[in-house]
Design a protein around this ligand. Sequence first.
Ligand code: ATP
Length: 360
Amino acid sequence: MSAIHLQNLVKTFGDFNALKTMDLAIADGEFMALLGPSGCGKSTTMNMIAGMEQPTSGKILFGDRDMAGVPMGRRGVGFVFQNYAIFTHMTVRQNLAYGPRMRGAAKAEIDRRVGTIAEMLQLTPLLDRKADRLSVNILQRVAIGRSAIMEPAIFLLDEPLSNVDAAFRAVMRTELKQLQRQFRQTMVYVTHDQLEAMTMADRIAVMDHGVLQQVGTPLEVYNNPANVFVARFIGAPGMNLLKGRPAESDRGLVVDLGPLGVTPPLPDELAAALRGVRGDVLYGFRPEQAMLVENGGISMPVTFVERIGARTIVHLGQGENAVKAVFDNDVGVSIEQAATIAPPAPSVRIFDAATGVAVN
Ligand code: ATP
């Protein structure tokens, strides 16, 4: 019943196509993140699921029930926005109790539910505080609690953590995930923050310019990006992509690395996959997967070394050939030295440069 199916969903505003044919199946009890840069159509998709916007064409099904014409209040969804919507003149307890009270729940039942939610969201000590005395962080927690207490089968959250501070956001990520596990809700979570999507979601729908780019588990979109957009967008820093072309000999790839560059060796199965590609390709590997080697890798001058606590980000090469390598320790490289890095062969990803689509 709480599975969500988006079928050929389209939304235009005037002549602007905000969402171009979205197909997405969200399973009952699944935590799905809609992830993408600002303006990619995440909120538009969410608002249509909620019933706040009507699709231009296409269908939204909850289970096998078509939601066309079903108003927001009858969809059985909980909704939390970026900006908390709570009654500031009421206490935390009154805010939490509001929904169940309006539904006519008995006092004992309301008390029980308020107690459970307050405990889950660490609001118990604050229950009798007036909302206008609370910080933005806590207000957002109350807003989430107010929606969650209704135990909606479908819970929609649109950037709920974007206004809270970084430390609090980390705590809330864990709490939201626990909340969803406890109530076994179908959760759709809009964010432009990949860390939120990667840490909480069962699957991520990556969007760009109103187009669904890839749907997969956090590891799938990280390890096997479907295209260049996903490769660059997921990961911090994103995937390194070096321009190259299949070699004349059928055994490899020539990568443009400038005068100092050395073309990396290619594993057999990749060389085979490349035989089907005409024209330029992009040779991709994650900065975290690069290893420092003596030879047999990509050799380039080091242009910058960032040391961030236990992590070191080494920048190599320049312009189109620039790549980054991330190490968990303080590696002994310094600026203007040449360093040779190599990704393990299985982690290399090749993309068709013309279409951006992954070859392997
Ligand atoms: P953000 O995180 O910035 O909200 P988003 O991915 O959620 O980004 P949407 O809010 O869905 O993006 O907007 C997608 C595109 O549709 C944007 O270019 C936006 O300007 C446009 N848009 C959204 N709502 C309307 C509207 N009511 N009228 C006209 N254009 C709109």
